[in-house]
Design a protein around this ligand. Structure first.
Ligand SMILES: [Fe+2]
Length: 286
């Protein structure tokens, strides 16, 4: 498996605090079947400086050397998680933002309460500058929880949608979990990653996620989400969507939860004016 979102770089953000923690996270990843991992420390807009980019590369090399020394068979790839702030479009236009494994894919995140309009403007700026946005944990954003069809709009525009392991397992509450399951059910997910932050909580262990998926989805769908698309991402190749043949692969329990999401969306649907800003009227979830 390939984990495309992980805060394993030691002493850089709120992820691994020390090299010891980072190595522990690497061992957990390997023992649960991960072969490749993208290091994606947080990068708020104002932090995109040559100094911070230099520090990113230095820490990355340090971790690579430590893995080699400890004989931990984990292939690292350089990346970052870009927090989209008002200055981000300017940085994008200058091509100053770090991407995933030197491809055009760029991992993006937002503050959880921003509007759909703000997110769309930011994503459009990145796309116009030649990047392909990879939207980290769309299920955690309030705008998507209120209006899941926003995710469908992003999907249609060719953006990549990456769910978090912890969202599906319920670590972030029922609302996030039901949104994540709805996106999975709707075939609006390209991949799932750990977004791990430590060896103790929000870890790099993929075993629980795989078990959870195996009780609900076909092996073909699981392979697409955990192996095929993440591997394509780090090679800069196009994503594969859920084909018709494996679309009906969600088991009964998950369908039950989808009904709950449907009812939830019906009650909390935003006014038509807001939907117009999202840019699509095609109903996906409601
Ligand atoms: Fe993250």
């Amino acid at each position: 498996m390939v984990d495309v979102h992980c805060h394993i770089l030691p002493g850089f953000d709120d992820g691994a605090a020390t090299l010891k923690d980072a190595l522990a996270m690497a061992k957990i990843a390997v023992s649960s079947g991960v072969t490749d991992l993208v290091v994606t420390p947080h990068f708020p807009g104002e932090a995109v400086s040559l100094q911070r980019l230099g520090k990113l590369v230095d820490r990355y090399k340090l971790l690579q050397q430590a893995l080699h020394k400890e004989k931990i068979p984990l292939q690292l790839h350089l990346g970052a998680e870009i927090l989209c702030l008002p200055e981000t479009p300017l940085l994008a236009a200058r091509k100053a933002l770090p991407t995933i494994a030197d491809t055009s894919y760029i991992l993006t995140e937002f503050h959880f309460d921003v509007s759909a309009e703000y997110m769309n403007d930011m994503l459009h700026s990145l796309s116009s500058a030649g990047y392909t946005p990879v939207i980290a944990h769309p299920e955690r954003y309030e705008a998507v929880q209120r209006t899941p069809r926003l995710a469908a709009y992003w999907f249609q525009r060719g953006y990549v949608l990456q769910l978090n392991k912890g969202s599906l397992l319920g670590y972030f509450g029922k609302r996030v979990q039901s949104t994540a399951i709805g996106l999975l059910e709707g075939g609006l997910v390209h991949m799932i990653a750990t977004d791990a932050h430590s060896p103790e909580r929000r870890t790099t262990n993929m075993r629980h996620l795989r078990s959870w998926l195996q009780n609900r989805c076909s092996e073909a769908y699981i392979s697409l989400l955990l192996e095929e698309n993440p591997a394509r991402l780090i090679k800069g190749r196009k994503m594969v969507s859920v084909p018709e043949s494996i679309e009906k692969i969600i088991s009964a329990p998950i369908k039950f939860q989808f009904v709950a999401l449907f009812l939830h969306c019906t009650h909390l649907a935003p006014p038509l004016g807001e939907l117009a800003k999202i840019g699509t009227s095609e109903p996906i979830f409601d």
